[in-house]
Design a protein around this ligand. Structure first.
Ligand code: FAD
Ligand code: SF4
Ligand code: SF4
Length: 478
């Protein structure tokens, strides 16, 4: 029988932790939501109807045991709630902050579908785990037995780190290689602080270091060390390098100064604004929106991050140019709303035709209408002839998505198969590639995706690697 504290969704309405005002948010890079107070977290968790078949759980890529940790939170049993939350998720407080819950767990909550407003699953997951950090319940990997086998992980993003954490807990010797000077991948240098504050990521990395994971940073595989050297040095290798090749625009004037890639802009901002690094391109204004009229091209979540970063850097105007309309954009509606509140203007049904100025002065815009759906069901944008105009701009940010780099070519590896999209071909359960003992996970296997999927992949890859190592051990023992 459900606890007395549950099934309160008809009496208690949905409520999120307090959101800072747009005026406050514009001034800094701190997260925009506060934390639930203990009573509020319990109250909101108590709205859950404890479904026998919880659709929230089946639509969470990690199949988190959501109903159980909601019940335990409603009952004030936070330590147990945390123990359950961390069983299936390596970084629950990160997912609680940045999963697109409206498309995953919360979007499938039955009480939302009955018109009562979804249970605020993400905010509760964040609350439980932030509490665990405050209370000192979050353990670093501390294996009871050290194993002789070693695994090399290329890429310190969420996929690589989730795998490193699981393997280290089994006593495996783990080395993580990354070309950047800090670990975390896009958690550190892609996603802005107003969605995910950087100390939340750094404390996880410190835990892994404390637990014996070796990080080899500033180490670009293919330049500073070869892939073969890594393979020879370890019993198994995981490729978790993400996707970083920017999809480009073909339009007259696109090479002008002042037209930049989203990832360069966001990385510079994260370094300068969140880590206080010295970034010459930021200081010179090349990758800095301060005092500029900014136009961001694209309608996905990366575009939203560029828009909201530009506002915080002190742009004089920030516009988003997208060729479809609001209902047909890939970015999350929650992020569009946040951006609008903060002062972003969306220019829907508009595509760039070219750029004016040697140093960019404007975007030549052509207006679009939506035509018939294509094979994927999305309505195709069509040009409205004679509708062109120039949108003034002195910084243009291209946020049109990412593609994988061609790893076999880049690293000179024979036998590593890729798909026709350029992602590394690997089994979706075991993550084994075409090379024995080599695994792949996260964006480099799936294409640009989500943090929660990278975590799931990294955990699955760790299980498969343990099975491989176990077999090797039993053969050696015979
Ligand atoms: P990454 O996080 O990309 O990490 C790969 C790592 O590999 C990097 O550290 C890189 O330096 C390293 N590497 C690459 N090549 C080499 C090499 N040759 N040698 C050594 N190291 C190498 N997802 C969400 O769920 N929610 C969000 O809100 C969200 N916002 C996003 C915002 C932006 C701007 C972007 C770009 C993405 C966002 N995503 C979001 C997607 C999410 O960040 C990715 O899906 C996720 O980080 C993929 O994890 P990964 O471990 O596969 O790769
Ligand atoms: Fe929802 Fe993401 Fe947490 Fe799963 S991991 S419960 S999808 S917020
Ligand atoms: Fe609770 Fe909603 Fe999940 Fe049902 S679907 S168990 S109501 S959170």
């Amino acid at each position: 029988m459900a606890s007395q504290k549950m099934l309160k969704f008809t009496k208690i309405s949905r409520d999120m932790p307090e959101k800072r005002t747009a005026d406050e948010r514009r001034e800094d890079f701190a997260e925009i939501y506060g934390e639930f107070a203990t009573e509020k977290a319990a109250e909101q968790s108590g709205r859950c109807s404890q479904c026998g078949v919880p659709y929230c759980q089946s639509h969470c890529p990690l199949h988190n045991n959501i109903p159980d940790w909601l019940r335990l939170t409603a009952e004030g049993r936070l330590r147990e709630a945390y123990d359950i939350a961390q069983m299936t998720n390596t970084f629950p407080e990160i997912c609680g902050r940045i999963c697109p819950q409206d498309r995953l767990c919360e979007g499938n909550c039955v009480i939302e579908q009955s018109g009562h407003g979804t249970v605020t699953i993400g905010a509760v997951e964040k609350y439980i785990t932030d509490t665990a950090w405050d209370e000192g319940w979050v353990d670093f990997p501390n294996p009871s037995v050290e194993r002789p086998e070693s695994v090399g992980i290329i890429g310190a993003g969420p996929g690589g780190l989730a795998c490193a954490d699981m393997l280290r807990r089994e006593g495996v010797q783990v080395t993580v290689y990354d070309r950047y000077d800090r670990a975390g991948g896009l958690l550190t240098y892609g996603i802005p602080g107003f969605k995910l504050e950087k100390d939340v990521v750094m404390r996880r990395i410190e835990q892994l270091e404390k637990g014996g994971v070796t990080f080899k940073l500033n180490c670009n595989v293919g330049t500073d060390i070869t892939f073969e050297e890594i393979r020879e040095g370890h019993d198994a290798v995981l490729i978790a390098t993400g996707v970083y090749k920017t999809r480009d625009l073909q339009a007259p004037g696109v090479g002008a100064k002042g037209i930049v890639n989203a990832i360069d802009f966001l990385t510079a901002s994260n370094r300068a604004m969140n880590f206080c690094d010295s970034v010459p391109e930021f200081d010179s204004g090349e990758l800095n929106a301060k005092g500029k009229k900014v136009v961001v091209i694209g309608g996905g979540d990366t575009a939203m991050d560029c828009l909201r970063t530009s506002i915080r850097q002190g742009a004089t105007s920030v516009k988003c140019l997208y060729r479809r309309d609001r209902d047909n954009m890939p970015g999350s509606q929650r992020e569009v709303q946040n951006a609008e509140e903060e002062g972003v203007e969306f220019v829907w049904l508009s595509a760039p035709k070219g750029f004016t100025g040697e140093t960019v002065e404007g975007v030549m815009v052509q207006k679009m209408r939506l035509g018939q759906p294509d094979a994927t069901g999305r309505r195709v944008p069509e040009i409205i002839e004679g509708s062109d105009y120039v949108e003034e701009a002195d910084l243009v940010i291209k946020a049109l998505g990412f593609e994988p780099e061609e790893l076999p070519k880049l690293w000179g590896v024979d036998g590593l198969e890729v798909t026709r999209w350029g992602t590394v071909l690997a089994d979706f359960q075991t993550h084994e590639t075409s090379l024995p003992g080599v695994y792949a996970c996260g964006d480099i296997q799936r294409g640009a995706s989500l943090v929660v999927w990278a975590i799931r992949d990294g955990r699955e890859a760790a299980q498969a690697i343990m099975a491989q190592i176990g077999q090797a051990g039993s053969v050696a023992a015979e």
